[in-house]
Write a protein that binds this ligand. Structure first.
Ligand code: G3I
Length: 471
């Protein structure tokens, strides 16, 4: 698994170097994948997934095309990984890690120690046995995933909102020192993982974030190997704190990474278009804040779309909290995030509620020095199309235009790794700044989302720089 990841990383570096050496002069790229844009800024854009999400092809299509970091929503938590004392179950977490690796996503490990989703046996232990149980749990889980996770939320949500530490099983048995002990234990098991404290309502400057700041100062003074602070960022519409940027900067100034770990922005339902515009503004603020702080490593949303968000199940009457709607169509918050990252997007489409269905097809045609593989995942009002262009000739391609004709009624709403114009009829996809060079035997993957009015068929033929491609 590590070798596969390394090979993928080297391929990206090699292709970037090749593109640079050819000094292509191209119009500004209109690529709209969150991950590509974030990577261009030295950051990641992540999402949370639970195992059941993996069987939803529409969700998976968005997750794999847009996000390059994955946080398991539940599968690495103590109630799943050690449901009874000394009995470990890493199957669900392993499935998500394998999925992430297969799609070049890194993994935020979430989490090792938390008062919630904690099996009853831990809370029932005599207090003089809690430390050993905690250390065994951390050591076993962090060792199992050694080298597989980018980071661990070692202790999750340690504070009450007033800045006091939660009186949970760990605090009650060990006092505040459990936090340093947990981080040191995780570091011993996986010295290369970034080790985080993660909490909510610490995004702005307030009693809780002040307490986190003091704790971190004290941990650093003790030489505890903490790497970063996770700001969960479960916001209410219009309430991104004005002090968020300054707050991120003060943690970064301590020499720590910061990350937005669980972003969503809940709206009282039904959401109006004004609400969605406000949400776009909120997302833009959060993404911009991360971009403004060098030590902010990335932004992760909690879930992929409104259909898989935890919000409606927890906050009655609220929802619509993510960048994608119930049908995984991008919302204004998606466009705003793309724009904040310096990209441009064809905009968002809102579609009426519909029941997703799925179909796929492939096409191509003609002969030549290119081969195009094309898959379409469609539901009743939209589709996601992924296209791979192979250079089957012996000459390097230096800048390309791929021409194809969309079926009647199809309109591209956003795309990635190329700019698409116009959005319907005969479309020309022009390379992005970073993928114009295709070596002989090399390939480039691009894609887009489109709305349709009943005909979700793939284009019948493709031509690259005027030459027909085989399928
Ligand atoms: O697995 C049981 C299932 O057997 C049972 O039938 C069902 C009935 O309710 O519950 C299932 O467990 C649920 C679990 O998710 C797995 O789906 C719990 O009820 C449910 O409470 C739990 O919710 C999770 C929540 O953490 C728990 O606090 C959410 O999915 C998860 O998204 C959420 O994630 C947290 C982060 O870890 C930390 N920050 C806040 C964030 C949102 O609450």
């Amino acid at each position: 698994m590590h070798n596969r990841r390394l090979a993928a990383a080297l391929a990206v570096v090699a292709s970037a170097a090749l593109a640079g050496s050819l000094a292509l002069v191209r119009p500004a790229a209109a690529d709209t994948s969150l991950k590509q844009l974030a990577e261009g800024k030295g950051k990641y854009f992540g999402t949370a997934l639970v195992q059941s999400n993996l069987s939803n092809s529409t969700l998976v299509g968005v997750a794999t095309s847009q996000f390059d970091m994955m946080t398991p929503g539940n599968e690495m938590k103590w109630d799943t990984t050690e449901p009874s004392n000394g009995s470990f179950n890493f199957g669900p977490g392993d499935a998500l890690v394998a999925f992430a690796q297969a799609h070049s996503m890194r993994v935020r490990g979430h989490n090792l120690v938390w008062h919630s989703q904690l099996p009853g046996w831990v809370s029932s232990l005599p207090s003089n046995q809690v430390q050993a149980a905690m250390e065994t749990h951390i050591t076993t889980e962090a060792t199992h995933y050694k080298g597989e996770v980018y980071s661990w939320d070692v202790v999750n949500e340690p504070f009450n909102d007033d800045g006091t530490l939660r009186q949970d099983a760990f605090y009650n048995a060990m006092g505040s020192g459990y936090i340093a002990d947990a981080i040191r234990t995780a570091h011993a098991a996986d010295p290369n993982a970034k080790l985080y404290l993660n909490d909510y309502n610490i995004e702005g400057e307030n009693a809780k974030s002040n307490a986190m700041y003091s704790l971190v100062q004290s941990l650093l003074a003790q030489g505890v190997p903490i790497s970063g602070i996770g700001l969960e960022s479960h916001f209410i519409l219009g309430q991104v704190p004005s002090t968020m940027l300054a707050n991120m900067q003060r943690f970064a100034a301590l020499g720590l990474d910061v990350a937005v770990t669980e972003l969503d922005d809940r709206i009282q339902l039904p959401a109006s278009s004004a609400n969605l515009q406000q949400q776009a503004s909120d997302y833009s603020t959060v993404v911009s804040n991360c971009l403004a702080v060098t030590r902010c490593v990335g932004v992760s949303q909690w879930g992929v779309g409104d259909a898989d968000s935890w919000i409606p199940g927890t906050f009655s009457g609220y929802g619509a909290a993510t960048m994608y709607d119930q049908n995984y169509q991008p919302k204004p918050a998606y466009t705003a995030s793309v724009n904040a990252l310096g990209g441009s997007s064809g905009g968002s489409s809102s579609s009426s509620p519909s029941t997703p269905t799925s179909s796929s097809s492939s096409s191509g045609g003609g002969g030549g020095a290119c081969k195009v593989s094309d898959t379409v995942d469609a539901w009743n009002t939209g589709l996601t199309e992924n296209i791979t262009i192979d250079n089957t000739g012996s000459a390097a391609v230096s800048g390309w235009s791929l021409v194809f004709t969309l079926a009647s009624g199809q309109t591209i709403t956003n795309g990635w790794n190329a700019s698409y114009s116009p959005s319907s009829g005969q479309v020309t996809a022009t390379n992005a700044s970073y993928d114009g060079a295709i070596a002989p035997g090399g390939s480039v993957s691009i894609g887009f989302q489109a709305t349709h009015t009943g005909n979700a068929a793939a284009p019948a033929s493709f031509s690259l720089n005027g030459q027909a491609c085989s399928s």
